[in-house]
Design a binder for this molecule. Sequence first.
Ligand code: ADP
Length: 477
Amino acid sequence: MFIKQNFINGQWIASEDVIAIKNPATKAIIGEVSNGGHTEAVLAIEAASKAFALWSKKTARYRSQLLYQWYQLIKENQDELARIITIEQGKPLKEALAEIEYANEYVLWYAEEAKRNYGNTIPASTTNKHIIVKKEPVGVVAAITPWNFPAAMITRKLAPALAAGCTVVVKPSEETPFTALKLIQLAEKANFPRGVINIVTGNAKQIGDAWLRDKRVRKLSFTGSTPVGKLLMKEAADSVKKLSLELGGHAPFIVTAQADIDRAVEGAIQSKFRNAGQACVASNRFYIHEDVIENFTARLVERTSRLTLGNGLKNNIDIGPLINENAIAKVMYHIEDAVAKGASILTGGKKISEEKGHYFQPTVVGNVTDDMVCMQDETFGPLAPITSFKTIEEVVNRANSSQYGLAAYVFTTSLDEATFFMNNLEYGVIGVNDGLPSAAQAPFGGYKESGLGREGGYFGIEEYLEQKYISVDSFTQ
Ligand code: ADP
């Protein structure tokens, strides 16, 4: 089930040096992967660079067919892939399966989009001239991905890159390499030519440095933390690489006096506790109108206290473990800081010490104020801090006063209110009465320090294309 080798230039390459991967639900070692570094990273670029000359010239239809074969193979293997996700990442099996289906939507979308890489012709200012705009693949793409969505973060980058005609070198997170390795094995079975897709696991800094310093890599697509994203952005400057960065979030969740409270509570549960809150679009701070805060809070507490926490491989589990002890420490710090400043724990609030894994209870905290750390920084865990507001103007200002701008949620039955929020929230993704807004056909990405570029839909393929403008004057005098 678990593949440990790197895949470079169409070969699975074993390495003497390995790193052990643990299951966050048990802390048991589940397998080992290659501890690749500079050497493997450079070999991967060489392979991708050579393959680019051939792959970029293939027909769009051919690229589409291979992506479609990859889609079919992922579908046929979705149960195994979902088990791998749960074992290495911790999310409940039903969520892991939903992630695979979501991840595969990108492969299908870009299998189709590959054929629609249209250019333009533009009316010129003189009669003899023709203005033509052609789209061409940028070149070798480096994709660096996080552990929270081990499948979707891979396909969201690779599918549009491959559709555009780019070749790729991938480094998955050191916490969750097995899902990525399995996906790449399926891509090999789908007959992508040698060198078009390469994967290297191991030392993040060595691999990242090699890829960022090499001029042959023309694009970096990164999803991860804001500090690492900023670091990579600086390193990419030397060779002026194209960048897509999907970084941290700090999503506000707003419930107005006119909201349908049942739907708001359901949206809160989905957006807060999916993947135990370990999502950059997870709602992170709850602003509830003072007229409905009592009702909303009581219902959210009741629903949250009924969520079952446990090993995601078991039946009927709603929330799995957090990824590691650092994740637990961050949630505890946010809770302790809030309580020290006057907040009260309404449900949860504790690490489950009797379990072997990194389990933390889903938690709701009330009496929260804007000076608390949980209202200023991403928790990336199962903590819902609640505060009240009086007017929509006030709450939109509070929601926007963040360096982040990825996702925001609004619950209301008033079109006027919804329109106000749509127009005034400074966020890249807004869910109106929707706790799960992500979709393969939509542009996903953030304002401000939440990132650069968009993933998904016809917008996503543009990130992997250069535009070539050709001005043609008459061929005769
Ligand atoms: P998180 O682990 O919180 O998701 P990180 O930003 O630390 O966020 O990690 C996201 C991805 O970036 C992972 O694949 C990780 O290995 C990688 N990474 C971390 N530091 C570096 C670095 N200096 N150079 C290249 N990649 C890095």
